[in-house]
Ligand binder design. Structure first.
Ligand code: 9MR
Length: 351
């Protein structure tokens, strides 16, 4: 008979000799684990706050540092939500990641009407100066630029069509990094983007574009410390381990670290049975993290929420059978799922 722990481990695709005892994991250092936190749920649900406290070394305000949240008025900043989460993390001795200083989405209406290069540059620089300065010494890591790479760079060029790209061209990335570094020279500055894990031509091209952005920043002497890989993994697709491993080697050659920033599993095309879905999600996460960590130890692993009770996947990737999505390490009742065992294996480091 298998013990419950062995069954869970087996379900998660781990060594049944014990979670964390897999030989490939030998002598690996622990990796900080964290989650994004949604302010509305954080305020309303004590179990959510408790889960953040119990499971996380790092907290990421999911939406409260976006322009949309901070800048509904052009002339002023509203730091209420971000301040609350920053204070919570500080009181629990948790680190913070700031998400995000520049993105083409989640903008207030006025920002979408910026119309000249000078105006866009002034607003972008002014925004980063105020936000980074406010959280200097509190937010150690920033997603400086989010999702600047075009979904398929083979169609229309390397950069995503955003207000920043339209008005400032590719230089918007440099302006953002340069400004963040000037205001907080001690901050870790990260380029954050998605879809680096599949074995298709578009993904290969996205990796190339990421490397070229990072190389250009380095060549110009602009500080950039990491690539944030969002890792919204598709449950019905496979992980391109060799491609990821090569990408990790290329990043190492550029002396750029990696962190996993928005991990979850899009399970809309997986079978209905919950246990089957949870096993599949855990083994996908395990395959992904193993591919990354076999070459580079990520600086952090962050999931995009903790409990299936609150997830963006329900709305964006609804299941045909109407069942609730199960993308995260805790179930709707905050009970750990097999994915949590996989994450804990990394969080603890291996013996
Ligand atoms: O999960 C976030 C959702 O609550 C917001 O409405 C949305 C727009 O601000 O952003 C979601 O988070 C995104 C993240 O900021 C960037 N990568 C993709 C995430 C999922 O859409």
């Amino acid at each position: 008979m298998m013990t419950r722990r062995q069954a869970l481990a087996a379900a998660a695709g781990l060594s049944v000799a014990g979670i964390g005892a897999c030989p490939a994991m030998a002598a690996r250092a622990p990796i900080a684990f964290g989650s994004a936190a949604e302010i509305g749920v954080f305020r309303d649900d004590p179990r959510y706050r408790e889960a953040l406290k119990t499971h996380c070394d790092i907290v990421v305000p999911m939406n409260d540092l976006k322009w949309e949240a901070l800048r509904h008025e052009r002339a002023s900043f509203d730091f209420s939500g971000a301040d609350e989460l920053v204070a919570f993390a500080a009181s629990n001795k948790q680190a913070l990641r700031g998400h995000t200083l520049l993105w083409g989405e989640a903008l207030p209406p006025w920002a979408k009407t910026l119309s000249t290069r000078a105006e866009a540059e002034r607003e972008l620089i002014g925004h980063i100066e105020v936000v980074v300065d406010r959280y200097k010494g509190k937010i150690a890591t920033w997603d400086v630029v989010n999702e600047a790479i075009r979904f398929d760079p083979r169609e229309g060029g390397p950069f995503r069509d955003t207000i920043w790209q339209r008005l400032l061209g590719p230089e918007h990335i440099e302006i953002a990094f340069r400004t963040a570094a000037r205001i907080d020279p001690k901050a870790r500055l990260v380029l954050n983007d998605f879809s680096f894990e599949e074995a298709d031509g578009g993904t290969a091209e996205r990796r190339k574009v990421a490397l070229s952005i990072l190389r250009r920043l380095k060549d110009k002497g602009i500080p950039v410390h990491g690539l944030g890989m969002q890792a919204h993994l598709y449950g019905d697709k496979t992980i391109d381990s060799p491609g990821i491993q090569q990408f990790m080697r290329d990043l190492a050659a550029l002396e750029v670290e990696v962190e996993i920033t928005e991990l979850d599993v899009i399970d809309w095309k997986l079978p209905a049975d919950a246990a089957t879905r949870d096993r599949a999600a855990a083994s996908l996460v395990s395959a992904y993290l193993d591919a990354v960590a076999s070459v580079r130890q990520p600086k952090a692993i962050v999931t995009w929420g903790l409990s299936d009770r609150h997830t963006w996947i329900d709305e964006t990737f609804p299941r045909k059978d109407g069942a609730k999505a199960r993308p995260l390490p805790l179930d709707v009742d905050y009970k750990p799922k097999p994915m949590m065992s996989v994450l804990n294996r990394y969080r603890r480091g291996a013996s």
